[in-house]
Design a protein around this ligand. Structure first.
Ligand code: ZN
Length: 689
């Protein structure tokens, strides 16, 4: 099913046998960053192993073409595999060069490095309303990694899908470099007149990086692309240098890789492609896996990937000579089915960034003669646009919370997505864009702190857009206190409050400030004259988590007269807390002593006795000694109910014959007497057993 797979017979017919190490002069790697060579692969297992050792570039039949730096080459030599040193593709021709923008825009010449940088600046200068130059960072040798961003309202990040083209991460694969410059020029100069291009620019953000590895491309100097290398200036293949789904971060991550990762992380590229040369094929994920030949590990969107890859290749085939981009599976291939690579950019973008990225090889010749560039533009120009336009199709929308704030959400297609294939919204605007093969899907939207939401029966057709905006409901329910009030009932202060919702609510501590010492306060607490603080007088358990309204009640009993403040301290399960507002209430001051008739009377076994103590200014803290005792008919004391200093207020005490001294009382008449200050009053009560 794939070229390589069908020819898996171990042939031992070598075209040329080269013993390891005999081809290169001892000082080769002092003058060269990389070596290009070919060898016969005896098995897929060997290729699988060697892809971790050298940079495999292509496989034709059983012949493997590869690059290596000095360390990689030395490791390869240890395998004792006969191989042929080849002339480096970047040294095969001496291309025509120009630093003149007018000449470059004839598009049949390569720009010098300075010509390239000037041209990129010129794009932005000539079309400031739709084009912005982005300097993403520098290479190892200090050249610039440049992009243009093309969109309406180009200075604003709108709720539009972000698209990315990048070329020539392999510095000696230069066709895409010039074609990307020409694409930028074409987009900018036809905006407003070509309705299709105008629509793309109005509804997407198109980012284009013509040259991802300028140190490699201009290895021969800024004025020529002759001598271009695949690797960067440190001798690393940048397309084997990204974080890998299997192997993780590359141990020697290069500066160029860091620049690109930073760019990818700051944006939310929905659809991307990176252009290469050396063959002609659209390569789609995954690159890092096969589950064993001839099977490969499919991306969840394999159908869509094959569709969009064929769309690209088929359109090229329709506008090119019959042998252009028609190999492999009619111009497309799964990456791992062709040959496995690790640490490639395509899988990084798919796996880690949740983008959709393919690798497009657009010329069999890596360093294409400049005169052939216009023809390759003709082959590819429609496909360039088709591919960009695909970003506008599928399911798109905005994910917000109930207050319309954009959400950083994950959009997952249920019973479909696997291996990181779900996508993310742009956290800035909440927009998402999910391209899918035709079908009926269930989309699940999840965001931290919100209830997930699933939308069923979402219909997707080719070249159509389904808009689906989603609001997610927060699952973080604060303890929402909707009322808190106090009222007096005799000598009690009754507090009432209600909650609308509760989340992790342990309960409420009731706190108050009082004008006088209280039993809730410990030693050394200053008196009210010194500014008495908050004291905890009780606790009411909460309901934990609920969306039902709840009512609460607390009675602060036997409160003496004066002004009081109350507040609630709502405590979460994790110990964090918030205070309610403070409410103030006055407990009325009795104006005279009184002793009321007990109730019930007659009684058995208990009865209540109420009395009032007025405010008397004479005492230090305005409290008076209060004594309430019970006597039998012949004057024997049978119980002391109160014997302490009490502030002014209304009081109620219980007398129970089953407790205290009243335990052995017989039926009959008893007297209770209140003494406080100059006041003495005695009343009669009857016990009937
Ligand atoms: Zn390449």
């Amino acid at each position: 099913m794939r070229t390589f797979v069908t020819v898996l017979v171990s042939l031992t017919l070598f075209l040329s046998i080269n013993l390891p190490g005999q081809q290169l002069s001892p000082d080769y790697f002092q003058k060269n960053i990389e070596v290009y060579f070919s060898f016969e692969a005896s098995s897929h297992e060997l290729v699988q192993e060697l892809t971790n050792v050298i940079s495999i570039d292509n496989i034709k039949g059983t012949t493997v073409y590869a690059y290596a730096n000095e360390n990689e080459y030395n490791e390869f030599l240890s395998y004792n595999i006969a191989h042929t040193i080849l002339r480096k593709p970047g040294e095969l021709i001496i291309p025509e060069m120009s630093d003149n923008i007018d000449e470059i825009t004839d598009w049949n010449i390569y720009p010098t490095y300075d010509g390239y940088v000037n041209m990129m600046m010129q794009f932005a200068a000539n079309h400031p309303s739709i084009c912005k130059l982005v300097d993403a960072g520098n290479t190892v040798q200090g050249r610039k990694i440049l992009l243009v961003k093309i969109s309406d309202n180009v200075d604003v990040r709108e709720a539009e899908p972000q698209f990315l083209y990048t070329s020539s991460i392999h510095g000696d694969e230069t066709t895409g470099y010039v074609l990307m410059l020409r694409l930028i020029d074409s987009l900018l100069t036809t905006y407003g007149t070509n309705p299709r291009i105008t629509n793309m620019i109005n509804n997407a953000e198109i980012w284009i990086n013509p040259l991802a590895n300028p140190d490699g491309t201009y290895h021969g100097g800024n004025n020529t692309v002759n001598g271009a290398t695949r690797y960067n200036a440190n001798g690393y293949d940048l397309n084997r240098n990204f974080p890998d789904p299997v192997n993780g971060v590359h141990p020697n991550q290069q500066q160029e890789t860091a620049v690109f990762r930073n760019l990818a992380e700051q944006n939310n590229f929905v659809l991307c492609a990176n252009f290469h040369g050396g063959t002609e094929v659209v390569n789609y994920p995954w690159d890092t896996w096969t589950s064993g030949y001839p099977d490969y590990v499919s991306h969840a969107d394999d159908n869509w990937y094959q569709f969009i890859s064929h769309l690209y290749a088929d359109t090229c085939q329709a506008h090119a000579p019959s042998n252009y981009m028609n190999g492999y599976d009619d111009g497309i291939t799964n990456g791992g089915a062709w040959y496995v690579i690790h640490h490639g950019r395509q899988d990084y973008m798919n796996w880690f960034m949740k983008s959709r990225e393919v690798t497009i090889e657009i010329s069999d010749t890596k360093l294409l003669p400049a005169s052939q560039l216009p023809a390759h533009w003709e082959y590819n120009k429609r496909s360039f646009l088709n591919y960009i336009e695909s970003i506008l199709y599928g399911v798109r929308g905005i994910v917000t919370d109930t207050a319309d704030h954009p959400l950083n959400a994950i959009v997952k297609v249920l019973n479909h997505d696997t291996l990181h294939s779900e996508i993310r919204t742009d956290s800035l605007n909440g927009n998402y864009h999910r391209m899918l093969a035709p079908g009926v899907y269930s989309l699940q939207f999840t965001a931290e702190g919100h209830f997930p939401q699933t939308i069923n029966n979402v219909v997707v057709n080719n070249f159509q857009t389904t808009v689906l905006n989603v609001q997610l409901i927060p699952n973080f329910i604060p303890v929402e206190l909707v009322s808190f009030s106090a009222e007096t009932n005799g000598n009690n202060v009754e507090l009432k409050w209600r909650t609308a919702t509760e989340k992790n609510n342990t309960g409420f501590e009731i706190e108050r400030t009082s004008p006088r010492p209280s039993p809730y306060q410990g030693e050394g607490v200053p008196t009210w004259r010194d500014g008495r603080g908050w004291e905890i007088i009780g606790f009411v358990q909460g309901y934990g988590t609920t969306t039902e309204p709840k009512s609460y009640f607390f009675s602060d009993k036997d409160v003496s007269s004066g002004f009081y403040q109350y507040r609630l301290k709502q405590i979460d399960l994790d110990g964090s807390f918030v205070y309610s507002n403070i409410i103030e209430i006055e407990v009325e001051v009795p104006i005279e002593f009184s002793l009321e008739q007990n109730y019930p009377n007659p009684f058995n076994p208990s009865t209540k006795i109420k009395f009032t103590i007025p405010f008397v200014e004479t005492h230090r803290d305005a409290s008076l000694l209060v004594i309430l005792k019970v006597f039998d008919v012949i004057g024997n004391e049978v119980a002391t109910l109160v014997n302490e200093e009490k502030p002014a207020g209304s009081y109620e005490v219980d007398f129970n014959i089953h407790s205290g001294k009243g335990r052995n009382l017989v039926s009959g008449i008893y007297f209770y007497q209140l003494k406080s200050g100059i006041f003495t009053e005695t009343r009669k009560m009857i016990l009937v057993k």
